[in-house]
Ligand binder design. Structure first.
Ligand code: FES
Length: 179
């Protein structure tokens, strides 16, 4: 017959597996504090740094090992804009919506990106290829309107260039996969 203790051991083992040894060690270190729950944000930062985002299983495991109510962990993770609750795409698109780019038609680029990808800012395309983000000023106002795809800067972008640019990265992804 299983007991509560047995059940906790099982939950603890699963939580450790989900988070991995480095994060578990970090949480154990947090338990040396008089108020370990005060380290919740620091723990979530560590998890996101390792996995790129906070999956529901990560949040549950943090709640169990830090001994903080799951609702509180979920609340903190969704409150702070910094925390991502969905995985990032293969490439992040940063479209500049600063003044110089806006005057040169960045809103039309934004609309074309939304149409082509079927997502809006802060979201990732269903194929996992692109995460769309808005930027304030990328520091290259003379080349407006501009957008970054990963580390690449695209200057003087027109709406009709958007599908061509996206296609370039999709082809790159297929080449990487060797298909
Ligand atoms: S406003 Fe877009 S680069 Fe400065």
């Amino acid at each position: 017959m299983s007991t509560t203790t047995d059940n906790w051991k099982e939950v603890e083992a699963t939580s450790r597996e989900v988070l991995g040894p480095e994060i578990v060690a970090f949480i154990e270190h947090c338990h040396e504090d008089p108020e370990p729950s005060g380290r919740l944000i620091a723990v979530l930062h560590e998890v996101q740094a390792k996995y790129g985002y906070l999956a529901p299983a990560h949040l549950d495991a943090v709640a169990q090992l830090l001994r903080v109510p799951a609702a509180k962990v979920a609340g903190v993770a969704s409150f702070y804009h910094y925390f991502r609750l969905t995985p990032r795409g293969r490439w992040t698109i940063n479209l500049c919506l600063g003044t110089a780019c806006y005057v040169k038609g960045a809103d039309r680029i934004a609309q074309r990106l939304r149409d082509e990808l079927g997502i809006t800012f802060g979201e990732t395309s269903p194929d996992g290829m692109f995460t769309l983000e808005a930027a304030r000023c990328l520091g290259t106002c003379g080349l407006a309107p501009v957008m970054m795809v990963g580390e690449d800067l695209h200057a003087s972008v027109t709406p009709d260039q958007v599908p061509i640019i996206l296609d370039k990265y999709l082809r790159k992804a297929h080449e990487e996969k060797g298909v």
